[in-house]
Design a protein around this ligand. Structure first.
Ligand code: ADP
Ligand code: MG
Length: 322
């Protein structure tokens, strides 16, 4: 099993940000309202995720590192009907096989537990304090798979992946307080008070957010809402366009284009707006089986949606231009 975990790790654990993603999604699935992410050397020497979620009892803490030991729903046919983010039960096993892990967890009722692993092997398992939540430290990532280390980019690039990820999760979950720290420096922090505009201010800066306009509109099958910057605030990359479908971040080339398109000639060439677009729809109109992990989706009635996006953003831009 150790070997197959290591092979699976090659798919799940591509870079430090993949570990951060799995750990933070677990914290979200555990109904946490506060999640702290602490990185050292972009996560290569240390990734720590501390949550105040429902935790695990001693049995489950140990089991969480065996493959396919998911406590979550296993119907994969429609991710958008599943509330939880993880569903395959292999992330922790994979991560453990290529790092050193120390997990402390407690459900707040029974005595907590502390489990330590090295390269997927449990090296200690002891009782811990009772305090609801989970604290997991992943250190020396890829220490036993040196080939993987060679594929990594610079610290700055790897850190950038984690920052983008946490920003997207903070936007998707304004009710959770996120804090991201790198080499003792706070990179971003949200209040968890549920206000999307506050989250955007924490990420993009208050002055930029002051130049964002709220929108809200619907058609027969879709409801869209969000914020879009005025054309004077632009970025050199499309990375600042965030699209959520039923609360979940997705990559959709067509929707992104529709957003950029709606600014029409207002944007300088090569410049893009900052936009958050929330789309609510019947999950029956989505097909995430394209590649759930890559966040790609296929939509029926795509034309109707893109038209709604174009009309909505275009009309607010024209309104404020006057
Ligand atoms: P999955 O998320 O797909 O179920 P994982 O390997 O990521 O698989 O996690 C295995 C199990 O460990 C989860 O199903 C969950 O029961 C438990 N778990 C992991 N992280 C946490 C956490 N932060 N809080 C509570 N339970 C957790
Ligand atoms: Mg998981």
């Amino acid at each position: 099993e150790l070997l197959s975990n290591k092979i699976a790790a090659g798919e799940v654990v591509e870079r430090p940000a993949s570990v951060v993603k799995e750990l933070v999604e677990n914290a979200i699935d555990a109904d946490s309202t506060s999640i702290e992410i602490t990185l050292e050397e972009a996560g290569l020497s240390k990734i720590q995720v501390t949550d105040n979620g429902k935790g695990m009892d001693a049995d489950d803490a140990l089991k969480s590192f065996s493959r396919h030991a998911t406590s979550k729903i296993t119907t994969e046919h429609d991710l958008f009907r599943i509330r939880s983010l993880g569903f395959r039960g292999e992330a922790l096993a994979s991560i453990a096989s290529v790092s050193k892990i120390s997990l402390w967890t407690s459900n707040g009722e029974n005595i907590g537990s502390k489990v330590e692993l090295e390269g997927g092997r449990v090296i200690s398992n002891t009782p811990g304090p009772i305090r609801r939540g989970t604290d997991i430290v992943v250190s020396q990532l890829f220490y036993n798979t040196p080939a993987r280390l060679k594929y990594l980019k610079t610290i700055q690039t790897e850190l950038g992946h984690s920052i983008d990820l946490i920003n997207r999760l903070a936007i998707s979950y304004p009710g959770i307080a996120f804090k991201l720290t790198h080499n003792q420096q706070t990179i971003m922090q949200t209040s968890g008070r549920g206000d999307l505009k506050q989250v955007l201010a924490a990420i993009y800066g208050i002055s930029n957010v002051k130049k964002m306009v709220a929108f809200d509109n619907d058609s027969s099958d879709f409801r869209i809402s969000g914020f879009a910057t005025l054309p004077e605030i632009t970025r050199a990359s499309k990375n600042y366009i965030t699209v959520l479908v039923n609360g979940r971040w997705v990559k959709h080339y067509g929707i992104n284009n529709a957003i950029v398109d709606s600014y029409h000639t207002l944007l300088p060439i090569g410049r893009y707006p900052i936009v958050v677009l929330n789309i609510e729809m019947d999950p029956i109109l989505t097909d995430v089986n394209v590649h759930p992990a890559k966040h790609q989706i296929r939509l029926s009635k795509e034309k109707e949606l893109m038209e709604l996006v174009r009309i909505t953003i275009r009309s607010i831009m024209h309104r404020v231009q006057k």
